[in-house]
Design a protein around this ligand. Structure first.
Ligand SMILES: Cc1ncc(C[n+]2csc(CCOP(=O)(O)OP(=O)(O)O)c2C)c(N)n1
Length: 378
């Protein structure tokens, strides 16, 4: 299915606005509405999928027209609250069309963090009282029209409707090569951080390719990755996981390796950490202005200074770095004296095509991390 056709079919049922968080399953659609098709729909990239549902509610209240919300199925977790306690007909009855990328579809190989949500995606829609249709690469224009006409009927009764989109639904298209003005390669920056670690230092890394880079670099440099907890799912929660470990293990230095998209997704955690002031915590945000791990689509907050936010939230020492020498200098300052540090590393929006993935199961990696920590208990 061509993204252009899909967008025009959405417009045919009166959708004029779309909001969401990008996903690789929806990459061609996201690329189109970010580039060639940017004038077709009003488009908002939100911090998380729940925020997109809130925005869709506001658009409906303001215009009387339902909006669409796109997401990876992980985002269903974030929309549960606005759907159940705002949009559902037991409350206000606010129509929205959800476009959900189906990761972890049963029978299709995918990463561990997608398995359970993949299994329950349709059941989640049932539970949330959202009728849905599944679309894939074989869905014809005529079938899509029929599905959307049913969606339109449901929306007109102030309910929500979902399109569950299988991997490979949208035809490949050119364009969508996103770049920023930064030159530091994120993988090299991750290596610089990993190389700087002392025996007492632990890593908690965020969802996506940053964790895959951490895993690879640790294995390459130390032959072991047990000092890292990879937050493979739960995007945006790495910093609170890191904080929890910091609370329980004051004998360790905790390095949280975050992404700008993930930090935005649950931005309140920066405020929480700044106010609770762990003194053995280095929070590094690799800011590429993009959701690079799922295709490089923009995070929607160009120029936002994460280090200023960290300063205002109460971090002791914050700095923005643009190259590896500046990063090394910032890490050396953090190593000198305990404190709550924030390093915003401005990096290019790119990664290596042959970047590896963890070879063990997520549960094995958790056990490795915890066994190492127990073994080092003072
Ligand atoms: C709740 C949720 N929504 C969306 C995703 C899909 N997803 C995985 S990684 C990622 C991008 C993360 O962006 P950022 O933190 O900026 O790191 P980058 O990939 O740019 O290094 C997204 C959107 C997800 N895993 N979970």
């Amino acid at each position: 299915m061509k993204a252009e056709k899909f967008v025009s079919a959405l417009k045919d049922i009166g959708i004029e606005s779309v909001a969401g968080v990008p996903d690789s399953t929806l990459k061609q659609f996201c690329d189109y509405i970010n580039t060639d098709g940017k004038d077709e729909l009003k488009h908002y990239v939100t911090a998380n999928e729940g925020a997109a549902a809130g925005l869709a509610a506001g658009i409906y209240l303001g215009s009387g027209k339902p909006a669409a919300v796109y997401m990876q199925n992980s985002g269903l977790g974030n929309i549960v609250n606005p759907v159940t306690s705002i949009a559902n007909t037991d409350v206000y009855g606010i129509p929205m069309l959800f476009i959900i990328g189906w990761r972890g579809e049963p029978g299709v190989h995918d990463e561990p963090q997608h398995k359970f949500m993949g299994k329950i995606t349709d059941k989640m829609c049932d539970l949330l009282d959202i009728p849905y249709s599944i679309i894939d690469k074989d869905t014809t224009g005529e079938e899509l029209e029929k599905i959307l006409s049913e969606a339109s009927r449901v929306l007109s009764s102030c309910r929500q409707y979902a399109l569950i989109v299988k991997k490979g639904t949208f035809d490949k298209r050119s364009g969508g090569d996103y770049a920023n003005a930064y030159t530091m390669i994120r993988e090299n920056a991750v290596r610089t951080v990993v190389e700087s670690l002392g025996d007492n230092d632990l890593i908690v890394s965020t969802t996506g390719k940053i964790s895959r880079e951490v895993y690879e670099q640790l294995d390459m440099i130390y032959g072991d990755h047990s000092r890292a907890f990879l937050t493979v799912g739960g995007m945006g929660h790495a910093s609170m996981i890191a904080y929890g470990i910091a609370e329980e293990r004051p004998d360790k230095n905790i390095f949280c390796l975050d992404g700008d998209g993930a930090a935005l997704m649950h931005m309140g955690s920066i405020a929480f950490i700044g106010q609770n002031r762990p003194d053995h915590f280095v929070h590094i945000c690799f800011n590429n202005g993009a959701h690079e791990s799922v295709g490089g689509m923009p995070t929607g907050t160009p120029g936002l200074s994460f280090s200023k936010i960290a300063t205002d939230s109460g971090y002791d020492c914050t700095v923005t770095v643009r190259n590896e020498d500046e990063l090394k200098a910032a890490l050396a300052i953090a190593a000198e004296k305990k404190g709550l540090y924030f390093i915003e590393a401005l990096v290019a929006a790119s990664s290596r095509d042959d970047l590896g993935r963890p070879k063990e199961s997520a549960a094995e990696n958790k056990t490795g991390f915890m066994t190492r920590l127990r073994g080092e208990e003072g």
